[in-house]
Every structure is written in C-alpha cells, then in structure tokens.
Design a protein around this ligand. Sequence first.
Ligand SMILES: *Cc1c(COP(=O)(O)O)cnc(C)c1O
Length: 367
Amino acid sequence: MESIKRNILLNPGPATTTDTVKMAQVVPDICPREKEFGDIMRQLRKDLLGTVHADPTKHTCVLFCSSGTINIDICLNSLLPDNKTVLVVNNGAYSSRAVEVCQYYSLPYIDLKSSVFEQPDLSVVEQTLKNNPDIAIVYTIYHETGTGVLNPVKEIGALAHKYGAICVVDTTSALAMRPINIDEENIDFCMASAQKGIQGMAGLSFIIGNVQEIIKSKNYPKRSYYCNLYLQYDFFERTGEMHFTPPVQTVYAAVQALKEYYAEGEMEKWKRHQRVADAIHEGLREMGLKEVIDPAIQSGLVVSVKFPDDPNWSFEYVHDYCYEHGFTIYPGKISSTNTFRLCSLGQIDVKDIKDFFEVLKKAMSGK
Ligand SMILES: *Cc1c(COP(=O)(O)O)cnc(C)c1O
C-alpha cells in the first residue's frame, strides 16, 4: 500500500489522523440497514459513553450524520420546553453559534455575553438565573475554541441545577482530549464530532446526555424534523439504526479511532496534548510571539497568537508557506485583535511542533 502523505494540522479540527483510521474507511460496501452495521453502531454508541465516564443506565449517546454544529442545533431546538428560555453563557465565537441557533428558531434566549479574554463571571450567571425563573437550559462551552479559554463548567452546571435548569455544554473541542466526567461536572448534555478529540473523520457527530431528559422532551414543541433529538434517540432504541442514512465509512473510521483512543488511554492522551501545547508555548516564546490568553485559564488545546508587530507580516504568506511544507495554521476568531491559532489536537507530538517552528521561522524570515 502506498503511504499517505502526513500533514500536521494545527487548526482546531479536523485533526491529523493515523493511517489506520484513514484506511478503516476502505471496507466492503454494505447497506447500513444490515444487522451487522447496526451492531457496529450500537457498540460505537456504548463506547463513546466512556469518553466522558457516562453511566449507561442513566445516559445515552445519539449519533447524527453531520459536522459538529448539528449538535448545538439539535440540543437547543429539541430540549427547550414551551415558554421557557435558554441562557447562553457566551464568551466567544463558538458560544455565539448557540445564540444564532436560538435566533433562527425564534427561541427565547438571553445572551449573557462577556469578555472573550476571560472566564465568565459566576456571580453574574447566578444573578441572571435568579432574575429569570423561566430559564430551562443553561448553555455553555467547555473550551472556547475561538480563544483557547477553558470555562468553569462544573460551577456553571451547579448553578443551572440550583435554579432548576439543565446544563447543555458544547464539549466539541475538549471531549476525548481533556478528561471530562459528565456527572461530576454537572453536565446534562455534552457533544462532539468525530473529527476532533477521537481523531476520526468529519461527518459523524454525537450527543451524550440524560435519557430521562430526552424522553421528557418527546412532547416539547417540534421545531425541526431532521434535527430532533427524541426522534433520533427513539429510532435508535427501537431499531438500532439511524433514522436516515448514516455516514457509513465515517462510522468505520470512528470505530477504529475510538479503539486507538482507548489503547492510548485518557490520561496518556491528555498528557500528549499538554506536552504539544507546552512545545507550542515554548516555540512562541523563543520567537518573541505573544499569546493573548492568560496561561492560567487556557485549555491546553488551542493557543491564540497575536499577529507580530511587523509591517512585513502577512498571515496569508506565512500560512501558504507552512501549508506547502505540510503544516496548517489557522486564523483567529477574536474580532478586536488580530490573531492566529495553533492547536494541539490530533495525532501529533512534540517533534511535529519542533519541525513546525523551523518552518515558521523560515516563513517569517521571508521569501
Ligand atoms: C469544531 C467545533 C464545533 C463544530 O464545528 P463543525 O464545523 O460544525 O464541525 C462546534 N463547537 C466547537 C466548540 C467546536 O470547536
């Protein structure tokens, strides 16, 4: 078999994958309605629960065919009872996506916006809950991919529960990278997609959450047909299948990726991401490049770097130079500051970062 060129993706997902995951997609054609394929998905759903230490008697995992944003859409449109409000604890571009979903569905919402450079203020979250007893969903993000800020999810979840709301958390850029414990961290629903933490392929997304809450949502207002959590859950429970055609080959890749995830181990993988992030910090320091987020509140998964104060700096030139040499860097998502992002996702290690900085130095010394 010809070897596949290895690219180092420093963008926030899709991530660099192993060749074994890539090759897992090359399988005999199969109709996904066959029992054999149903068994594969049943096992995958079960194995995904383990990534957040979910309890199979209390939690379930529901798969969808799409990129990760579908999870945000589904949770918000499916889990909000009539005449209730969503509170979005919003400190960045990716949390803002939830606000846009609320707007598209005309869901009552409160956009609790705060500085993208900081963690949200818990006392303001509590005051908002106190003042608005109709809040049924507190929505936040585990790790804001736009900046690299890690949010105090456990504390936000505790406040949600204190005021009778459920806590829905976008864990897309943390799950299977940083250790997460769904119950201990007061999370009712979390989510991710296969191209991020588990290092699979894009096109498969999943929501892990509380079964009783899903069952309760059966009679909530129906705001979408394709993107309804109860409908997909119920179909899986009755038939073992996705309601509509699953991303067949992507499912095989996810199964292989998850096998590799468990073989590496939750803590070992987290250690690897941390040492990759440390190598990124060190490389930036050596080059005199400045970060925008206080290291004390960083996730260890996304590093936001300020554009250098150099009239000759061109992100596009540097990006293209790095890309030609097998490294992908990614623009920032902070409206007030020009930044780019270097991420520690994917099947990469310290050596890849050292190699990257050699290329970056050449790119920045120009032409
Ligand atoms: C990547 C990501 C998503 C999903 O983005 P898609 O492009 O739809 O896959 C959602 N939330 C967060 C926090 C992410 O990092």
